[in-house]
Design a protein around this ligand. Structure first.
Ligand code: ALA
Length: 500
């Protein structure tokens, strides 16, 4: 059946060395790892944490971080095996094409748009919140009016409706053009940003710790109930479901570590370096995240984070101002600047990830050739980048941050589940494939990975399952309407071409 055509691994490896020749690879292993870390700490921590506390779990958002970290660690072990046995940077899409066939590869490639493109839009929207803060606090001007910095689906508490989120559109456009120019110039800047981001997180933890009000942490796990926000959206709040919902929301903060796993293939001793790299960076982030969330929820009461005019937007800066003395205004100012720079590096990595997936899918014939055409001078897939810009721009300008954030989480969780399953399948179908790193206790670890990701998807609630289903349905229409006919592998199996 052509739906289950698989790319053979030798063909994949040969193509990898081909694309080495055509794509200009300017990033060293070190800067790729920095690029990965640059992708991890971002809007998930500085925006989604407060949202998860307000909507789902109160102070027990810290437990949500633990659940999300466990899911990521399990999936990370599976990513490490696949990236060491199929060392190609097309990410989960490529792994699935080799293990589970074309249709599933299409599903995952389509689904990765949620991780990368919709994820980039989410961070763009978060950037917009902090830009307003920057304008008011640092430049000393008025903020961009509500209608020009919010989507049409948002209304301020005093009744002003959003029209378009211009700052979010601006930042994704700027970074898309930077990407078209090539990424080398940005590697040094990126390294500086990574250091800045980690320094800010550590400073907030250390300086904020002394100002935690224990009252805001009582009860630590709120009683199970529901919470309806001012837009009329209802969430499971408190108890076990609250923690699961928070885990699904803050899972966003871990997205990006899979970028580290594809970079790990360039390390000297992948057998030990890969698990240390993936699990080590996850462990460091998890500890920072838990401590940070503990401080954040201790600086202001829950109602503060629920109020869009107080801590509902740019919540970290708002909480510092609420819970710490005015002498710390330098901290809130530095946080604003670090966050604006930090979010930019996250968006850049996500846009880069998206263009790589589209590039691979286009090379395979599943998407039109335009996605893999290289710029004559910069050697970047510039037309693909422009199409991605339109897609990301639409989400960034017209959809609220909560919705795109949840779509990113659910789509990525689904992709991670398929990666876990791929490890089990590949052990059966290709038992002799050399694996530099082997996931321990297969199938136990991958099955637990699927269960952990499934639990977080469950916690995100039925509206988000429907959004995922709708997104996949559009994907099926494109697959059966275009991709199946144009697939190189399909054409080869029908004898229309001789070489894929
Ligand atoms: N992990 C990235 C963030 O938190 C996507 O922004």
């Amino acid at each position: 059946m052509s739906l289950f055509l698989k790319k053979s691994i030798p063909v994949l490896l040969a193509e990898a060395s081909d694309s080495e020749k055509s794509l200009k690879r300017t990033l060293s292993a070190g800067s790729l790892v920095a690029l990965g870390i640059g992708a991890i700490i971002g809007a998930g921590l500085f925006v989604r944490t407060a949202a998860a506390a307000a909507q789902n779990a109160g102070p027990s958002v810290t437990l949500g971080f633990i659940v999300a970290a466990i899911g990521c660690a399990l999936a990370g072990l599976c990513y490490a095996e696949l990236s060491s046995s199929i060392p190609i940077s097309g990410s989960a899409y490529t792994y699935t094409y080799a293990t589970m066939g074309e249709l599933l590869a299409w599903i995952i490639g389509w689904d990765l748009i949620l991780e990368y493109a919709v994820g980039a839009a989410t961070v763009g929207i978060a950037w917009s919140e902090y830009l307003n803060n920057f304008l008011v606090e640092i430049v000393g001007t008025s903020p961009i009016p509500y209608e020009w910095s919010h989507s049409p689906f948002q209304t301020s508490p005093d009744g002003v409706g959003g029209i378009i989120n211009l700052p979010a559109l601006f930042i994704v456009t700027l970074l898309s053009f930077l990407l078209i120019r090539g990424t080398q110039e940005s590697a040094l800047v990126n390294n500086i940003i990574v250091i800045l981001k980690v320094a800010i997180v550590v400073m907030i933890i250390i300086l904020g710790w002394g100002f935690i009000n224990p009252e805001y942490h009582t009860p630590y796990i709120p009683e199970a109930t529901t919470y309806t926000d001012h837009h009329g959206v209802t969430y499971n709040f408190g108890g076990f479901m609250g923690v699961l919902g928070a885990a699904g929301t803050v899972f966003f903060a871990f997205i990006g570590f899979d970028a580290v796993s594809t970079a790990a293939q360039e390390t000297k001793n992948p057998k030990t370096a890969m698990p240390i790299g993936i699990l080590g960076s996850l462990a460091v982030c998890t500890i920072l995240y838990i401590l940070f969330a503990h401080v954040l929820t201790g600086l202001a009461p829950l109602e503060f984070f629920r109020d869009p005019t107080k801590g509902g937007e740019a919540s970290v800066v708002a909480a510092i101002k609420e819970g710490m003395p005015a002498t710390y205004s330098w901290l809130s100012k530095s946080v604003t600047v670090a966050i604006l720079a930090g979010f930019s590096s996250v968006i850049l990595v996500m846009l880069l990830g998206q263009s790589r997936v589209f590039y691979s899918m286009s090379k395979d014939g599943l998407l039109p050739k335009v996605f893999s055409e290289l710029h004559p001078k910069y050697q970047t897939p510039y037309k693909g980048n422009l199409v991605i810009l339109i897609l990301v721009g639409i989400f960034a300008a017209f959809v609220p941050g909560d919705i795109v954030g949840h779509m990113t989480s659910i789509g990525t969780l689904f992709a991670f589940s398929l990666v876990c399953i791929a490890v089990i399948v590949l052990r059966k179908t290709e038992p002799d494939l050399p694996r530099q790193f082997k996931t321990p206790w297969v199938p136990f670890i991958p099955v637990l990975g699927v269960l952990a990701c499934g639990a977080m998807m469950f916690g995100l609630g039925s509206e988000n399952w429907l959004r995922l289903a709708g997104w996949l349905a559009i994907g099926f229409i494109i697959y059966f309407g275009y991709s199946k006919k144009h697939s190189n592998l399909g054409k080869q199996s029908r004898g229309e071409i001789t070489k894929p």
